[in-house]
Design a protein around this ligand. Sequence first.
Ligand SMILES: NC(=O)c1ccc[n+]([C@@H]2O[C@H](COP(=O)([O-])OP(=O)(O)OC[C@H]3O[C@@H](n4cnc5c(N)ncnc54)[C@H](O)[C@@H]3O)[C@@H](O)[C@H]2O)c1
Length: 425
Amino acid sequence: MTDVCVLGLGTIGLPTAVMFASCGDRVVGVDTNAAVRNSVNAGEIGTEEPGLQELLRQVLAAGRLVASDTVLEADAFVVAVPTPLTPDHRPELSTVVEACGMVAPRLRPGNLVVVESTVPPGATETAIAGALEVSGLRAGKDFFLAHCPERVLPGAILREIVENSRIVGGIDAESAQRAVQLYGAFVKGDIQVTDASTAEMAKLAENTYRDVNIALANELARVAERAGVNVWRVIELANNHPRVDLHLPGPGVGGHCIPVDPWFLAASAPEEVQLIPASRRINDAQPRLVARRVADMVGHRRGAKVALLGASYKADVADSRKTPALDIIDELEQAGLTVALHDPLVRNLAHPLVTLESALTGADIAVLVVNHRAFESMDPEHVGRLMRTRVIFDTRNCLVVEHWKSAGFQVSVLGIGVPAQAISG
Ligand SMILES: NC(=O)c1ccc[n+]([C@@H]2O[C@H](COP(=O)([O-])OP(=O)(O)OC[C@H]3O[C@@H](n4cnc5c(N)ncnc54)[C@H](O)[C@@H]3O)[C@@H](O)[C@H]2O)c1
């Protein structure tokens, strides 16, 4: 049995703490937010993550996990606190450094510290080791230090935290081995061992690959619209090539990692990067393009009502972090349109959420931002009866266009251009 102290009980830290506890470790979860501590100790998770609440309640009942505001002595410390971006797109490491500063007074010779927070290459060996060495102990000599990034999918975290392969990067071989031993308690996927900087960069490379790939898809969508071609069919066909894996275009890239991590990488060598910031800008421009197209479709009529459908950053999750929906709303409101936003899963957002009926009633256009299953099965006749005008814009290519056209809808799909013969004819 190991005593583990997990700092940060959010999306990553809480399931990690619960997994250690469910394997028999004694776990103290430290969070600076009292509301988070209270809900964890009450067995409430505050999000919809299958299985997590039940497992949390089991480990609480077994007395193996407690949330606290105080770091206690432990065999291993796991840091999973936020690492956001500064307004000028640089990594903001102050929280991770602060958390390591909280660990330092409790650090004892032989302890292991693992950082799960996403950090730029080199941070574990410099800023993080430095914050821990305030203890008077030396990283790699007196205590072990490793970076162990996470790649779980919200909505499937408990399965993926066990099954996914993991990268463990130690500041030396012994640190990596200690971290492998710690995670081996519950990780069933491969654990690949490397040095800390390589592990840090591999995590960033994964999400940068996805961002650049989506940017390419968005650019192809723009070309297809001009060329009178259907980009979705183009991508489907191109992906039959055994070595091609194009992602899909959309209304913008949201979520906690993909819009952030490429900037971490870019900030590490600003004089070298061209593709990474260009891709970020392409993806960040998508909400503006969507809003412009909507304004065109309602003839730039001030006060026209837009029913915006979808507020999460992707389908069938309640997670709305960095959702493009908010940027689309800003652009639409600046263009003088009114927006009624509906999402069947998202509960809290900076913009008010209304029911589907209320969003659609009297609307001049419906805009599908997220391909939630609930939207795909909407009845065009029912939707049409509620709306003022039967106009719909699908940014995810998830509607069956013929059904909507038969119900008298004017249908537009992102990335589908009008063929030249249709314009001339
Ligand atoms: N969410 C993901 O899917 C995901 C995936 C891979 C990596 N990451 C990375 O993991 C890290 C954590 O992300 P998250 O999504 O779990 O964040 P989160 O915002 O969900 O949770 C972070 C928690 O840390 C707490 N906290 C802040 N400062 C603290 C401190 N000094 N001591 C203790 N607790 C503190 C906050 O109150 C919050 O509850 C980030 O670096 C993120 O980039 C996240």
